[in-house]
Design a protein around this ligand. Structure first.
Ligand code: ZN
Length: 269
């Protein structure tokens, strides 16, 4: 199963995200309310919400300084004073350091362009119909613009139709640090050609049970969540991408920065 490959950040069922080789006990969520990827009512505790996610990326390095963006520079000065999830104390020291590094950053140095706002609006319109190919184009444009503004390589996205599901919930999004060959081949046949081994985001436009088109703001938040995983590696140079509280703060930062009209976008349903 591709989703069991080491390094994939899955916002999907626990059964698929638990790395086969993982010796880490399944952690409880850091914050029970932050359960963006499971269907409400399925479980109040999302084991994915604070799951350590091993990756195959290299050594952590300091985030690059971005001239002119001092006000929005990630705050790295100190880990926030708050209760750490219980699983944190069971993690190896190296992983603990990575978790704290993630937790200490609450935003990205992003100042949105007029084009970015236009692209968000276009994406919202595309989601009215829910056609994956149209949503994918709009999503790719927005991702490309945000990545350009942040000075990182654009990340590919593949948009599919109906979310997969199991008894624990339904899959909202996936981030592959390195796209598997199969996914890359499927993309090529549709003309989007993600290259195997390159980062890839996968999102779905319709709910698993009723096949309703996902609410636009829900989709946007999921998109920003997966983009957040990509930016953890490409911009912040974190060794792993954890669902730390800082991670969710960065996700919210992206949503409110790019979609200021929605003061409090709902958590995905
Ligand atoms: Zn995630």
């Amino acid at each position: 199963m591709d989703a069991e490959r080491k390094g994939i950040t899955g916002d999907l069922f626990a059964a698929l995200t638990q790395p086969a080789s993982s010796g880490v006990a399944k952690p409880p969520p850091a914050v029970a309310a932050k359960t963006p990827h499971l269907v409400p009512g399925k479980s109040p505790l999302n084991p994915l919400a604070a799951k350590p996610e091993p990756t195959v990326f290299g050594q952590p390095r300091p985030a690059p300084a971005t001239p002119g963006a001092a006000a929005a520079r990630p705050s790295r000065v100190a880990a926030p004073i708050r209760k750490l999830p219980a699983f944190f104390y069971r993690m190896p020291l190296r992983a603990q350091r990575g978790y704290l590094a993630s937790d200490a950053i609450d935003r990205f140095p992003l100042t949105p362009s007029p084009a970015a706002f236009t692209m968000v609006a276009a994406l919202m319109s595309a989601l009215d119909g829910g056609a994956p190919s149209i949503v994918q184009r709009a999503s790719q444009s927005l991702l490309g613009e945000v990545c350009r503004l942040l000075g990182v390589r654009p990340v590919r996205i593949e948009v599919r139709s109906v979310r997969p599901r199991n008894s624990r919930g339904e899959l909202h999004g996936l981030f592959y640090p390195q796209a598997p060959t199969r996914t890359a081949a499927a993309g090529r046949s549709k003309g989007i050609a993600p290259t195997a081994g390159e980062p890839l985001i996968v999102l779905w436009t319709r709910t698993a049970q009723r096949h309703d088109v996902v609410k636009p703001r829900t989709y946007l938040r999921t998109l920003m969540h997966e983009l957040g995983h990509y930016l953890d590696y490409s911009l912040l140079k974190l060794e792993d991408s954890y669902h730390s509280i800082g991670f969710y703060q960065r996700e919210s930062f992206l949503v409110r920065t790019l979609f200021p009209g929605a003061s409090s976008p709902p958590r995905p349903k």
